[in-house]
Design a protein around this ligand. Sequence first.
Ligand code: ADP
Length: 265
Amino acid sequence: MSVCAGVDIGSTASKSVILADGKIVSQVIGPSSTNPAKTAREIYQHSLAQAGISESEVVFVVGTGYGRAQVPFADANISEISCHGRGAHYFLPGARTVIDIGGQDTKAICVDKDGNLLDFAMNDKCAAGTGRFLELMSRTLGVQLEELARLHFEDGEPCVIGNMCSVFAESEVINLVNEGAPLSRIVKGLHLSLASRVASLAKRVGLDPEIVVTGGVAKNRGVIAALEERLKTRLSAFAEGEDPQIAGALGAALIARDQAEKKSG
Ligand code: ADP
């Protein structure tokens, strides 16, 4: 049995995936911390325990994500841009454009038929268009992140949130709440505002179908619907049980498997 691992230390969440003979045998997600090396070790051990595999059985580990240089036990570290392409391609082999919406940055990635990186564009200077935007707004609204999708699909026209900047958008949201606007309409407006930002980023790399969204924010079906509205096209969805948030760690594990095969000749 050939066992490989991918550990993705993101700005907000850390993820670990174990692959045995090319199949996912474990996937763990936890919060990132101010001690990435410790978080990496803990999340990796957790995923090994979940798979019932000992560390000595793992032939290659790839670290990725914002804290990829701080995965002390990794055999290599690779940019998450390459890893998201490979991870998305594993679940959806027809994917050619991957939009990764993470905690503090968003990327639009073009890949070839094997999921390898061709081109990308990135937004990492501003919270707008990232998970941080929705985290801030859900706190202002006093709703859980997991509730946003349900609210999105309630009846009612979306409120217009004109400002893309998180600071000004928050003032708009407070005004809307004070005027008595229903939460569902505000949430729909916020999703469309985020989607506008993400759509303009994605258009910079072109939009070859199939288009797939990865990252933690892709779990919010309201964001996917808003992005479909802004891009005027259907997006390919992950199947039930496939988690778009592990795409980076999964891609890292797939690259680890390639490297292990190369090493063994
Ligand atoms: P990073 O790799 O940058 O740390 P992730 O791809 O792990 O980011 O995504 C983290 C983001 O995903 C957070 O901003 C969080 O708000 C969002 N997120 C995670 N789970 C959910 C969920 N169930 N619904 C909505 N948003 C979610």
